[in-house]
Write a new protein. Sequence first.
Length: 462
Amino acid sequence: MSPLSSYNPEPHVVLFPFMAKGHIIPLLHLARLLLDHRATVTLFTTPANRPYIDQSLSDDDITIIDLPFPVNIPGIPSGIESTDKLPSMSLFLSFAKATKLMQPNFENLLQTLPHVSCIISDQFLHWTFESATKFGIPSLGFNGMSAYSSAICRDASVNGLLSLHESPDEPFTLTSFPWIKLTRNDFDYPFNKRDPSSPLFDFIVDIYKALSNCYGLLVNSFYELEPLFVDYLNRESKPKAFCVGPLCLTRPQKVEPVLQNKCRWIQWLDKKLAQGNPVLYVAFGSQAEISPTQLTEIAGGLEESKVSFLWVVRKSGTELGEEFEDRIKERGMVVKEWVDQKRILEHEIVQGFLSHCGWNSVLESICSEVPILAWPMMAEQQLNAKMVVEEIKIGLRVESRNGIIEAESLKNKVKELMEGENGNEVRKRVKEVAEAARNSIKDGGSSWHTLSQLIKEIHLQN
Ligand SMILES: O=c1ccn([C@@H]2O[C@H](COP(=O)(O)OP(=O)(O)O[C@H]3O[C@H](CO)[C@@H](O)[C@H](O)[C@H]3O)[C@@H](O)[C@H]2O)c(=O)[nH]1
C-alpha cells in the first residue's frame, strides 16, 4: 500500500525525532499527546535509540520502526547514534548530515505504511520534508526552540545586525524588538562571526529553505508565554508557527511507584524535605562540555554556598575526586547517571535550578515552579537565558569573567537565588507562569485548541 492509496478515517501521523535527547524527549511527549487527540502514530528511530524510546512509550500503542544508522562516517565511532554519545560536539555537523543517507530507506518504508496524514520531523532531518513533498504528504517541522529565540535569530539576520560591528562585544538593538539589546557573542557559531560563511551555515540555510515548504512549524511553547514573538513569526516568516506546548506537561507514563522510589537521589531529596533543607538542582542538559577548570570552580562555588544541592555531572565527573564528595556528603549529592530530571524538578524540596537553559530544561523548570539560575553554554542558550531573566523574569543569571564562572561569583549567585530577595521575586513569578502553562494544555486551553485545529486542518487536506 502506498501512503496515498488507503484512506484512514483517523489521522495517522509519522514522527521522526532527531537523535539527541533534547530533541527526542519532547517528540515522545508529542506522540502521547497525539494519541490523546485520537491520532494513530508511527515513530521512526534508529536501533541504538530504540531501547530508550521503547521504555518511554511502553504504555502506549505506538508503532516504532528502526532505520539503520549510516556506517563509516568519518569521525563518528560505530554504534554512536545520538549526539549525547558523540566524543565531541564538534562532530555535530558530520552526524547531522550523515542522517540524509537514511532517506532511501525511510522512503521505502514510508510506502509500506497505511495512509499517512502528516509527517512531523525535526528540522535537523530536513530531508524528510523533501520525502513528504515527494509523496504528497503535508509536513510539520520541529526545531525544539522557543518562539523568542527563533524570532530573534530571524530579526538579527534579515536586518543585517550580525555584521554591523567589527567587535563581537558591541551591542546592537533588534529592529522589531527595540527593547532587546544583544551582541554577536549572544549567538553561537557561526553567527558569532561577522562573516558566518561555513559548512554549518550552509547546513542551516538548507534547513530554513526546507522548512519554508512545510505546512507549519510546531513550537514547544504556549502562546501566553511569548505572544509578541509568536505573532512576529506568523507575520514575518513561513511556515506558520503552531504553539502546542509545553510538551513536558503531557500526561506522564504510568510507572510502577515501587520502581520510582528506588533511585537514591529521590530518597535523598525526601530526606532533605524531612529536614526542611531546600535543594538547588544543578544540571546542564545532555550535551554540554565542561572543562576541568570550570568543573572545579562549580564544585568550589557550590561547596562554599552552604546550600544543599543535587548535581548531575555528565561526561567529565571523574575529575571531581572522592574528597569533594566526602566533604559535601551531608549537604550535597553528585549523580553521574542519567536521571529523570522532570521528577527531580517536581520534588517539592527543589527550589532552584542552576541550568544551561536548554529549552526543555527551561520549560520543565517553569512547569515545576522552580526559578532558574541561568548559565548558558552553547546553541541558542544565551537567548533562552536572556528570555528567562529579562523577558519572563523567572530567573537570575551567573556572571562570567574571561569566559569562566568563578567559585566566589557562583557562590554569591546561588545564595541570591536560594535565600535572597531577588530569588524570592523570581520564585513568585515562576508560579504565575506555571499556572498559565497548565491552563494552556487543558482541554480548551490555547495549546490544546491549536493542536486540535491543526490535526483537523491537516486531516481535511488528505
Ligand atoms: O540526566 C538527564 C539529563 C537530561 N535529561 C532531560 O534531557 C533533556 C535535555 O534537554 P535540554 O534541557 O533542552 O538540553 P540539551 O540536551 O542541551 O538540548 C539541546 O536541544 C534543546 C532543544 O532544541 C536546545 O534548547 C539546547 O540548546 C540544545 O543543547 C531534558 O528534557 C531533560 O529533562 C534527563 O531527563 N536526565
